[in-house]
Design a protein around this ligand. Structure first.
Ligand SMILES: [Ca+2]
Ligand SMILES: [Ca+2]
Ligand SMILES: [Ca+2]
Ligand SMILES: [Ca+2]
Length: 239
């Protein structure tokens, strides 16, 4: 009887541990849908805390931007439209890549800040048309020299977007694969490796990116592990 009771208690304990594990695992998500359209954006992100950046020119932004393709605001579906605080077609989005994404090729856009920030959360938004152009394999990287980049979050799977112009929030510690950050970075890069259309047409589009974080006092601090991780150079040579 005593053994049975002990066994039952043990079984109960194991069930409890199992249930807690499931609950803990359940907390981790692939991101939280905030809604659809410009109004669903959080606003005031690090690239433009005042939300006063001009939608079609590089004025009033608090970061320097670079991109692997179409590095401009406005004048077309240019790369920096992912920072213009707007969700819509045309000059509100970045489309459509240099004729699509070939195998081993990447499409990237980078925001450089004067000081380092520890990334706490970010939003990624789909653009207005074909879901097949949405990034399905993509990563957020951080760097302090613009050359050595450390992956912060990697996504490779089914399309997360269920609607057009949809805003999805990724919070450190709450999203599977996006741990609470301890290293600050001056550069944040969004890299797309694959869309659903790949390899047939393989066009790409993205509506908006928002980065949020806390300023680091020592901006020169570089995580030594970053030297062991993927660099832009090695990504390029894989082409
Ligand atoms: Ca501004
Ligand atoms: Ca913004
Ligand atoms: Ca624009
Ligand atoms: Ca935009």
């Amino acid at each position: 009887m005593k053994i049975t009771k002990t066994a039952l208690a043990l079984a109960g304990l194991l069930l409890m541990i199992g249930a807690i594990s499931v609950v803990e695992a359940g907390i981790k998500t692939h991101g939280e849908v905030l809604g659809v359209g410009t109004d669903a954006l959080l606003g005031g992100d690090l690239t433009d805390p005042e939300d006063d950046g001009l939608p079609d020119e590089d004025t009033n932004y608090n970061a320097k931007f670079t991109a692997s393709d179409e590095p401009a605001f406005g004048g077309g579906e240019s790369a920096f439209n992912v920072f213009d605080n707007l969700l819509g077609g045309g000059n509100d989005k970045w489309c459509c890549g240099p004729g699509g994404i070939a195998e081993g090729e990447v499409i990237s856009v980078t925001a450089e800040f004067e000081e380092a920030y520890v990334l706490s959360h970010f939003t990624v938004s789909s653009a207005n048309d074909a879901p097949g152009r949405d990034p399905i394999k993509w990563e957020i990287h951080g760097s302090n020299d613009g050359e050595n980049f450390t992956p912060i979050y990697s996504r490779d799977g089914e399309n997360l977007f269920t609607e057009r112009l949809q805003v999805i929030l990724f919070e450190a510690g709450k999203v599977d694969g996006f741990d609470v950050q301890t290293t600050g970075y001056k550069f944040f890069r969004f890299v797309t490796m694959k869309t659903e259309n790949w390899p047939d047409g393989a066009y790409f589009q993205l509506g908006e990116l928002e980065y949020f974080g806390t300023k680091v006092a020592d901006a020169t601090a570089v995580d030594p592990k970053s030297k062991l991780t993927t660099t832009w150079g090695s990504l390029k040579t894989q082409r």
